[in-house]
Design a protein around this ligand. Structure first.
Ligand code: 13P
Ligand code: SF4
Length: 312
């Protein structure tokens, strides 16, 4: 491992590269990254960097977003199989058909979508700025929100926005994190703060005061970046964390002495875990795999991304 780390460090310098990693990456990839963050933070970092080469340790739509924002830079993903089940729940054809049913509606898509879907979108959002994006749209305007139904229902509950239609998509990892998991963990750790990613199956019912989850008003619903900030500032000693378990590495590393309990130990995204130190090294050594969005498509897809980056 030390040898791989050394080689990655040499190549990073030699090629003027930056390594960006999502909060769900395996520990050894997080530890070698220049920047670790949530979707919005990573997109902003990709837009700001002076590096010539971006190695994206995350999933494909994130690398694609980086390539759209920085068309003059080379963007690599160490494994092309690093997809996203949520992004796969809506295609551009499906979105076009949905728009045809609601002419004039504003289209807000979570950033977990393909470039083709973004090209049909008015605003992208992430879990950290979805509320601000929705609130920036005039109240009389109908909204089509997708593809995540749990994030959509949560935002609808928080904003009271009635003229919002929600796509029926979900992430296969987060939708399985439910009230039962939280109810159990809460009984075992009554003093713990509860952190929930809005993609979770339980996020909406928490807001609705579900019968399983008694203390809903005390749950904190955040993006992965929001969770990282919250645990740093909180005086609590224990946290139940309802999201992909990769985030626990960073939480533990940055907060010695605090205890982090996954809401569900099986919440592992196999797509995020496609990337490891070996294929990260190979990406740098052999310049692979290029993520490049065709110019015409990128020109259309950049508009909603720029709006997303400007809000929240
Ligand atoms: P964040 O933007 O909160 O990091 O979420 C990205 C994601 O894919 C969650 O599954
Ligand atoms: Fe996609 Fe879910 Fe994996 Fe996030 S955790 S990258 S939403 S499949």
């Amino acid at each position: 491992m030390e040898e791989l780390n050394n080689r990655i460090n040499e190549l990073r310098k030699e090629k003027n590269a930056i390594i960006l990693a999502h909060n769900y990456q395996v520990p050894e990839v997080q530890d070698v990254a220049d920047y670790i963050g949530d979707s919005l933070g990573l997109a902003r970092k990709a837009a700001q960097t002076d590096a010539e080469l971006i190695v994206f340790c995350g999933v494909h739509f994130m690398a694609e977003t980086a390539s759209i924002i920085s068309p003059d830079k080379k963007v690599l993903i160490p494994d092309l199989e690093a997809g996203c089940s949520l992004a796969d729940t809506i295609t551009a054809d499906q979105l076009r058909a949905w728009k045809a049913e609601h002419p004039g509606a504003a289209v807000v898509m979570y950033v977990n979508t393909t470039a083709e879907v973004k090209a049909e979108t008015d605003y992208c959002c992430t879990s950290s700025n979805a509320m601000d994006v929705i609130n920036s749209i005039p109240e009389h305007k109908e909204i089509l929100f997708g593809p995540d139904k749990f994030l959509g229902s949560y935002i609808q509950l928080m904003t009271g926005r009635e003229n919002m239609h929600i796509w029926d998509g979900a992430c296969h990892v987060h939708e399985k994190i439910g009230d039962l998991n939280l109810g159990e963990k809460q009984k075992e750790h009554p003093e713990a703060e509860i952190l929930i990613h809005p993609e979770c199956g339980c996020s909406t019912s928490c807001m609705l005061n579900s019968t399983f989850y008694h203390d809903c008003k005390d749950a904190h619903i955040y993006s992965t970046g929001g969770m990282i900030d919250f645990v740093k500032e909180s005086k609590a000693e224990e946290f139940v964390v309802a999201t992909e378990t990769g985030i626990l590495h960073r939480m533990e590393k940055e907060n010695p002495g605090k205890k982090f309990i996954p809401a569900n130990e099986e919440s592992v995204c196999e797509f995020m875990k496609k990337i490891n130190l070996q294929n990260l090294y190979e990406a740098l050594e052999y310049d692979r795999y290029d993520v490049k969005v065709p110019e015409e498509l990128a020109k259309r897809a950049i508009k909603p991304i720029e709006r997303m980056m400007a809000i929240g």
